[in-house]
Each structure stands twice: as structure tokens, then as C-alpha cells.
Design a protein around this ligand. Structure first.
Ligand code: NAD
Length: 294
């Protein structure tokens, strides 16, 4: 079994660390929030005084932090403190440039590293069924795979440094765009006197079929488990969707890729967030669209 340092024990990090403990690993954790440390302790995580202390005896370090600036700051503290040859896994969703910088910081101190953002939300983190999208060298991925296993439903090696983050933001750009498309179709159907169920029955078995329709349907009724049936309680909050769409736009601008629908989706989620939608599920954008004049 492995000694694993876990930095960032928030909504995602805490249940992920708990699954590593359940798998028999020794987990040494650190977070800035006392309440999160107390929860981690209940899960069997040993609490360290700070991030550098958490990694000193570790063979593997997992980070689950809010954004690129946090990952770079924490790597600045922990890369010099860890034993050379430690495996660094960053599962935060961050910009591709910061992800590559984090790989370089780890390499500068003789470590190997993988960027491994996840999809599946807090439900997947608790159930141990997250999808991990990994970027890094073959050897680093081979070491990371068995560590990720107790937290994962699926683990995909997407390519070199930053490829995991690239896959994550491309996927979530599809998701943001497709949810707006599905929501617009329901709003149009309402104006045309077509029932939600009728549109669902046709589109879910026709060329309009997609995950935003068949799993996360933005109107109550056709898919009983979708957040629309629960007052748009997240799920996946609109604030996080906006964060990922902005990351996709930054990456598109840096790479010179044309993403006009991605840009429009970021704009619409920005307006939805500003008008009070940030804490609701991202499928709640249908309510914002209903409020717009045609
Ligand atoms: P969160 O805010 O609940 O957790 C982040 C934690 O990092 C907090 O507890 C915070 O105190 C801690 N932290 C910040 N700076 C730190 C530092 N210097 N040292 C130690 N700890 C520090 O966020 P979350 O929902 O757990 O998300 C974490 C990451 O996972 C984000 O990048 C998010 O985009 C991504 N993600 C979240 C979800 C989701 O559904 N919540 C799904 C997929 C991916």
C-alpha cells in the first residue's frame, strides 16, 4: 500500500481521499479550511500541519484545488519538499498553460507528474466512479493508474502534459453548447404548443439525441432523475460550467482555434450567472432563456 498526500479536501477532494483510505492507502491530508480537515479526519485521513509537511513522506501527491493559481502556488511549496521521484497527480480543473507549468515545476525537482481532471461530480467522487482524463508521460501514467483506480469508473490516457485538461475543457464546451441547444428547443416547442414529452419522445430517438437531453433533460418529466425535477438543485452548478467555458475560450484564443458557439455559450452562462443562476444547476439556463425576448 502507498503513502499518499492529498492537498485540497473540499467537495470533491474529501470523498476522493476517503476512497483512497478505504482502498488501504495511508493518506496524509491538508486543506486551509478547518471544517474540511475535521471531515477528512473522520474519513481516516491523517492531518498535516501544512502542505509541505503532508508530502514529506509521500510516494504520491494528489491535489484537488479550485484553479490554476492555487495549483501553481501549492506546487511551489510541495515540489521542493517531496522526496525526488514522487508521483504528482493534479485532479483540479485548470487552464492548460498552468497544467504544463505544474508539470515543469514537478520535473525541476525530479518528480514525475500527471494532470488528471475528472468528470462525474461529487456523486461520482463519493461512489468512486469518476472519469479521469490523464495527461503525462507513459511511465507516469502507468504509476498513476492503480492509484486512481479506487476513485474511478474510467481512466483515459489522453496524451502528454496538459492533454487531460485539454480533454476536460473540450468535453465541457460540448456539454455547455449542447445544453443551451436542448433548452432552446424546449423553449421553442413551448411557444409552438408542442408538449415536453412529445419533443423528448421524438428527439431522444432521432438525430437531436444527446446527453443533455437524455440524461440531464432541462424540463421536469421526461427524465425523472434530472435536476429539473428537483428545482434545478446542482448537480453541476452553472458557476462551474462558466468556469470551464472560460477555460475553453482562453485555450481557444491561445491556440488560434475558432470556437464561435463556445464563445456564445460562455457569454450566455455569464449572463445567467450574473442574474442569480450561479448556484443552480447548469440545466437551469432554460429559465433564463424563457425570460429572453425573441
Ligand atoms: P472546493 O472549493 O470545494 O475545494 C477546493 C479546496 O481547496 C477547498 O477546500 C480549499 O480550502 C482548498 N484549498 C485552496 N487553496 C489551498 C491551499 N493553498 N492549500 C490547501 N488547500 C487549499 O472545490 P471542489 O468542488 O472540490 O472542486 C475542486 C476542483 O475540481 C475544481 O478545479 C473544480 O473545477 C473541479 N471539479 C469539480 C466538480 C464538482 O462537481 N464540484 C466536478 C468536476 C471537477
Amino acid at each position: 500500500m502507498t503513502t499518499i498526500a492529498f492537498i485540497g479536501l473540499g467537495n470533491m477532494g474529501n470523498p476522493m481521499a476517503a476512497n483512497l483510505v478505504k482502498a488501504g492507502h495511508t493518506v496524509i491530508g491538508f486543506d486551509l479550511v478547518a471544517e474540511n480537515l475535521a471531515t477528512a479526519r473522520e474519513h481516516g485521513v491523517t492531518i498535516a500541519a501544512d502542505a509541505a509537511a503532508a508530502v514529506r513522506e509521500a510516494e504520491v501527491v494528489v491535489t484537488m484545488l479550485p484553479a490554476g493559481k492555487h495549483v501553481i502556488a501549492v506546487y511551489g511549496d510541495i515540489a521542493p519538499a517531496a522526496k525526488p521521484g514522487t508521483l504528482f497527480i493534479d485532479s483540479s480543473t485548470i487552464d492548460v498553460e498552468s497544467a504544463r507549468k505544474a508539470h515543469a515545476l514537478a520535473a525541476d525537482h525530479g518528480h514525475v507528474s500527471v494532470d488528471a481532471p475528472v468528470s462525474g461530480g461529487t456523486g461520482g467522487a463519493t461512489a468512486g466512479t469518476l472519469t479521469f482524463m490523464c495527461g503525462g508521460a507513459e511511465g507516469a501514467f502507468a504509476r498513476a493508474e492503480p492509484i486512481l483506480q479506487p476513485m474511478a469508473g474510467r481512466i483515459v490516457h489522453c496524451g502528454g502534459a496538459g492533454a487531460g485538461q485539454a480533454a476536460k475543457i473540450c468535453n465541457n464546451m460540448i456539454l455547455g453548447i449542447s445544453m443551451i441547444g436542448v433548452a432552446e428547443a424546449f423553449v421553442l416547442a413551448e411557444k409552438l404548443g408542442l408538449s415536453h414529452q412529445a419533443l423528448f419522445d421524438v428527439a431522444s430517438t432521432s438525430s437531436g439525441q444527446c446527453w443533455s437531453l437524455t440524461t440531464y433533460c432541462p424540463v421536469p418529466g421526461p427524465v425523472p432523475t434530472s435536476p429539473a425535477n428537483n428545482g434545478y438543485k446542482p448537480g453541476f452548478a452553472a458557476a462551474l460550467m462558466l468556469k470551464d467555458l472560460k477555460l475553453a475560450q482562453e485555450a481557444a484564443q491561445g491556440a488560434g482555434a475558432a470556437t464561435p458557439l463556445g464563445a456564445e455559450a460562455a457569454q450566455l452562462y455569464g449572463l445567467f450567472n450574473a442574474q442569480g443562476g450561479a448556484g443552480t444547476d447548469f440545466s437551469g439556463i432554460i429559465e433564463f432563456l424563457r425570460g429572453q425576448k425573441g
